[in-house]
Write a protein that binds this ligand. Structure first.
Ligand SMILES: Nc1ncnc2c1ncn2[C@@H]1O[C@H](COP(=O)(O)OP(=O)(O)OP(=O)(O)O)[C@@H](O)[C@H]1O
Ligand SMILES: [Mg+2]
Length: 231
């Protein structure tokens, strides 16, 4: 079984005096996708950074029965929490193959899913330097690196940002494959279409708090989002 239940209880993220996230609770079951939506500055990235251990946070975080919130970011990753950061973080001076090797080398166990089965488009790019790839290819590599790290839950911050419509479609397919492979997928998105097509559970954030919880296919979602973005 690839996936593990990701549970977050009462997450709070503050930067100095600024509260970015307050009392946020969510659960992502294995084989499902949860999308965090909300306007700029709503606290989506801060939520992922707090869960991942990249921002100081209060509250409880569990992956199955393992408590993560007392661990460093790297130990959370080794415990099975994959994190695809905003903006395609890859080692630009390393080849695609080396990027994947480094990620696999940091894992605490072999990945049950071969990232190249999930992203076959990377096969022919293996010898290429990551820095020479297109933005879309780098985004694919960033996802493949997370998979190579043998995660049980995977968090992705706006993976479709800046991609062409065709690559947005391809990214949705990859996210669906991750979900169907049994991973718990926690996704930050600006595009409603992604949450709808993935039939994700949706949490709408506003000013760092949960404003709505509903399903991506709920017909009232577009109007609710419109209101949350404008207010
Ligand atoms: N490093 C930081 N230091 C201080 N304040 C920050 C920092 N990072 C984010 N913030 C503030 O925290 C709040 C939430 O920001 P966050 O980046 O989490 O929002 P977001 O929903 O991801 O927005 P976007 O859609 O623009 O990516 C904002 O008010 C932002 O200004
Ligand atoms: Mg963000």
């Amino acid at each position: 079984m690839n996936g593990g239940r990701l549970k977050v209880d009462g997450l709070r993220v503050r930067y100095g005096g600024v509260t970015a996230v307050e009392d946020l609770s969510l659960t992502v079951e294995p084989g499902t996708c949860l999308a965090l939506l909300g306007a700029n500055g709503a606290g989506k990235t801060s939520t992922l950074r707090g869960i991942g251990g990249l921002a100081a946070a209060g509250g409880g975080i569990w992956l199955d029965d393992r408590r993560l919130d007392t661990l460093s970011a790297s130990k959370r990753a080794r415990a099975g929490l994959g994190h695809v950061l905003e903006g395609r973080h890859v080692f630009k001076s390393l080849s695609v193959a080396e990027n994947l090797r480094v990620a696999a080398g940091r894992a605490s166990r072999p990945s049950e899913v071969d990232p190249l089965d999930l992203l076959p488009e990377l096969r022919e790019l293996m010898p290429r330097l990551a820095g020479g790839l297109s933005g879309g290819q780098q985004q694919m590599l960033a996802i493949a690196r997370a998979v190579a790290g043998a995660p049980r839950a995977i968090m992705l911050d706006e993976p479709t940002n800046g991609l062409s419509p065709k690559l947005v479609g391809r990214t949705i397919e990859i996210l669906a494959d991750l979900r169907d492979a049994g991973f718990s997928v926690l996704l930050v998105e600006q595009r409603l279409e992604v949450a709808q097509k993935l039939e994700a559970d949706v949490v709408v954030l506003r000013h760092g708090r949960v404003e709505h919880r509903l399903h991506g296919t709920d017909p009232s979602l577009p109007d609710l989002l419109h209101a949350a973005y404008l207010s």
